[in-house]
Design a protein around this ligand. Structure first.
Ligand code: FA5
Length: 355
């Protein structure tokens, strides 16, 4: 039995050296020291020995067990240390190292322009509102003095909303994607809070796409209605905006035009930034504007029929309205040099990061 015990000890001491990890070591412990392990197997012989021998073998067996346990503890500690070392290498962190800057973006050029437009009109007491993009024919056309089938509607190249193949129609006519922010005029009057000084900035949609037209674009619509509002206030408001947005050296002019919902109506031009309003010289005409002026948008005194559609008495109230494209207005800012309006919506970061 002594031989068996010595052999068991030596076997364990040699096997423990080859153990590579904690799981292997545990297997070895169970194999040798477990309740049904090798040591317990040898110990079963003990009761059958003579008493003297049993005592000696008992204490020898305890020595062997102690030697195995010591070797086991040493192997366990050394494996634990190796494990800690390798984790330290992998998880090492220098908390004094500078951090990685998160990438920060910035507002889109059009959003920046919307904020600037809004801030300028806020200084004149215009309140920012937003009216629906998906709109009834009533507000987009009919209440703006454009009866059903009126040819003037064609200019707005409108998208209609359909449910499958079926055009959506309701109590206020067809459902459209609003082609201009003028849909907010009668909606604002219907609120009944007089006087009105609104600035409605929103997305508009038209079936158009070329260098100066996008199918989705933005307009800002100003509407002022009160007693005795005149063209002088319209001119003063637009002048204030142009000087603040484009710079003090830029001039604007009102050019007679026709809109169904304003009378008189104008188009607003601004002196061209490229030729500084000269239109070019004897050697070459300015390529952008040709005559020193660039068109920004429409404006006019609110038509009496529109006031009536908004439940206002044209003998009591007058007002002006204007509606300009945000993208076009912004593109005419000094030095921007954006040749195609559609580049604003191509999501090319190389372009967008410049602004
Ligand atoms: C109108 O939309 C009128 N509702 C403006 C108005 C409001 C007149 C109030 C009088 C009183 P017009 O269709 O011209 O007008 O458009 C006005 C401006 O919107 C244009 O000058 C242009 O700057 C911009 N715009 C129009 N269509 C597009 C488009 N497809 N892409 C980009 N900008 C556009």
């Amino acid at each position: 039995m002594k031989k068996e015990l010595e052999q068991l000890r030596d076997e364990f001491l040699s096997a423990v050296k080859d153990v590579a990890d904690a799981a292997g070591l545990e297997d070895l412990r169970v194999e040798y020291l477990g309740r049904k392990g090798k040591l317990a197997g040898i110990m079963k012989q003990l009761p059958s020995l003579a008493e003297d021998l049993r005592k000696d073998m008992g204490s020898f067996a305890n020595e062997v067990k102690a030697a195995i346990e010591t070797a086991f503890t040493e192997a366990h500690d050394s494996l634990h240390e190796i494990d800690r070392e390798s984790r330290r290498e992998v998880e090492w962190l220098d908390i004094t190292m500078p951090g990685t800057q998160p990438k920060t973006g910035h507002l889109h050029l059009v959003t920046q322009a919307i904020e600037e437009v809004n801030n300028i009109f806020a200084r004149l007491g215009f309140v920012l509102v937003r009216h629906p993009e998906v709109e009834w024919d009533l507000y987009a056309f009919e209440s703006l003095n454009m009866p059903k089938d009126h040819p003037a509607r064609d200019e707005w190249e409108t998208f209609f909303i359909a449910d499958g193949e079926k055009q959506m129609v309701g109590e206020n006519g067809k459902v459209v994607l609003t082609p201009h922010t003028s849909n907010g005029q009668v909606r604002e009057m219907e609120k009944g809070n007089m006087p009105i000084r609104m600035i409605n900035i929103n997305k508009c949609y038209r079936r158009q796409s070329d260098v100066s037209h996008a199918p989705m674009f933005h307009q800002f619509e100003g509407l002022m209605i009160d007693k005795n509002v005149t063209i002088a206030e319209l001119k003063g408001t637009i002048d204030f905006f142009a000087k603040n947005f484009f710079g003090a050296d830029r001039e604007i002019r009102l050019r007679p035009f026709h809109f169904r919902f304003t009378e008189p109506s104008f188009e607003i031009d601004i002196t061209c930034d490229v030729c500084k309003g000269t239109g070019g010289d004897e050697s070459a005409v300015c390529r952008l504007c040709k005559d020193g002026w660039l068109e920004l948008g429409g404006a006019g005194m609110v038509h009496p029929n529109v006031l009536k559609a908004g439940n206002l008495d044209p003998d009591e109230y007058t007002g002006f309205a204007f509606g300009w494209g945000v993208e076009r207005t912004m593109m005419m800012k000094a030095g921007l040099n954006i040749a195609d309006i559609r580049t604003l919506y191509r999501n090319d970061l190389r372009f967008l990061r410049q602004f």
